[in-house]
Design a protein around this ligand. Sequence first.
Ligand code: NCD
Length: 315
Amino acid sequence: MRHLIDPLDLNESEMQDLLELASRIREDPAAYQEVAAHKKLATLFYEPSTRTRLSFEAAMLNLGGHVLGFPSDNVSSASKGESVADTIRVVSCYADIAAMRHPKEGAPLRASQYSRIPVINAGDGGHQHPTQTFTDLLTILTRHGRLDNLTIGLCGDLKFGRTVHSLIKTMARRKNIKFILISPDELRVPDYIIKDVLVANNIPFEETASLEDAMPQLDILYMTRVQKERFFNEEDYVRLKNSYILTKEKMEAARPDMAVLHPLPRVNEIALDVDDDPRAAYFEQAQNGVYVRMALIMMLLGLTDPKTGKEVSLC
Ligand code: NCD
């Protein structure tokens, strides 16, 4: 049995299989509407979510399966003091697969150690968010037709943004990638990622505070929200929350084929008038999240792809 805790839990060929399956599903979703019949997905969400939880649930329903779970810790036995280890032992009796979001880094990993069903990390604190990264990859592949030879700008809260950490880790495995890390000094990418991922693998990167300077070089601009819930004091959040606002005017300096991604939710870091720009890819990205999660559920459950007649097992 396999879990998905870190984006690198899938090797490169598994990642490619996942993206190919997600693309096949996107072309003909109706062909997949029975493949997970009678299977159950549990969504165990100890932190707020709209897209991730609903896209997991939509993914399982689209595959003909069922969903059960809880949307916040205060309606589960976590509020009575139950550990994630005990919760997952019990959920293993009720469901075939689980997606867990938790404010504590490492909670889904701990759950996986006690689980009898595959556990998917749906975001753990300021650490990792692998399924968002797969969604990002499918969107990049769709927009650019490749995952290599790209200059990727990441902008905003690079310190607490778990989507940023997972995307850097994953894209660092590709060929000829350059990162431009755009943030205020206080919200820089954590040192462990700079050292263990970028420096250790000789990946070119620049750190800058200027979105305007970076803009003309970028193939991808990955905007992020300042992660209010991870700040220790309100004052710092208020000071930093408006550090970057992407506007129509700033888009003029960008390449004609640059793609703007954002994991969403957006607060005010992308002005509404950017939405009509054909380079804005964030709503298409949210849609891709459903196909990628359908593919992932199929692979972790070892289901059969009706298009190829083959099992898509990860084991
Ligand atoms: C992100 C998250 O939860 O980390 N949202 C998401 O899953 N699409 C980004 C965020 O909350 O800013």
